[in-house]
Design a protein around this ligand. Structure first.
Ligand code: DGL
Length: 243
């Protein structure tokens, strides 16, 4: 009998951003096997048109479903905003999405929250819905970071000293009154790779991402559906890259 518990979990992103989610997932679910899918051929997602992107994402997720994944994490805020509703209609396995971690950022806070994400994530209905549900909506400052994921992909992969990114961030934050900010939300999985730089520019403030919350949710869903891999050994990771 084919034991679904032994099947891998798919982690999907446009590039390297989802690797930060994979790392967190391997800590929390060490016995699971993973397939990491990076759609480098279509990177970056954050500057694309919605309809074009939706088709690309559905095709990629079908590849992961056909590869036998028991669940999939869309480790990309942009892809989640564009396609999560369609993906859940099309595929019957659990599909976990990501959204900027605004709710935890607002808990018990009275200062402003700075939300950093791709232009597409911040423009789409999903984000507006998330935002409008908050009773402290006016406490959010929204900052689209066009081109930042691309800079990260280029600089982090070649191990550079991130000077170019530092310059970009200084310009991006130049109009922000840092004193009124309590928390910076990294609403794109690529930005987790530059958390240290953002933290330096917002010294003494909280800088948060949604990675841990996402993999905790994944674990909960797997448990509820009796899909947790109970093997003793450490799980494997294999990769699919469209480039
Ligand atoms: N990592 C993706 C996210 O979380 C976006 C990167 C891209 O623009 O492709 O939004």
């Amino acid at each position: 009998m084919n034991d679904r518990k032994l099947q891998p979990i798919g982690i999907f992103d446009s590039g390297i951003g989802g690797l930060s989610v994979l790392e967190e997932a391997r800590k929390l679910l060490p016995h699971e096997d993973f397939i990491y899918f990076s759609d480098s051929a279509n990177f970056p997602y954050g500057d694309k048109k919605t309809n074009e992107l939706k088709k690309i994402i559905i095709k990629n997720i079908k590849t992961l479903v056909d590869a036998g994944c028991k669940a999939i994490v869309i480790a990309c805020n942009t892809a989640t905003s564009v396609a999560i509703t369609d993906l859940r209609k099309k595929f019957s396995i659990p599909i976990i999405g990501m959204e900027p971690a605004i709710k935890p950022a607002l808990e018990g806070r009275h200062e402003k929250i700075l939300v950093l994400a791709t232009p597409l994530t911040l423009k789409l209905e999903k984000f507006n819905q998330l935002r409008s549900k908050l009773d402290k909506e006016d406490e959010l400052i929204i900052l689209p970071a066009k081109g930042l994921a691309g800079l990260i992909e280029k600089n982090v992969l070649n191990g550079s000293d991130k000077k170019e990114i530092k310059k970009y961030l200084e310009k991006l934050f130049s109009k922000i009154n840092k004193k009124e900010i309590s928390t910076v939300v990294l609403g794109c999985t690529h930005y987790v790779f530059i958390k240290d730089l953002v933290q330096k520019l917002f010294s003494g403030k909280k800088v948060i991402d949604g990675n841990l919350g996402t993999v905790q949710h994944l674990k909960k869903v797997l448990k509820e559906k009796n899909l947790l891999n109970k093997q003793k050994g450490k799980g494997n990771v294999c990769q699919i890259n469209t480039k």
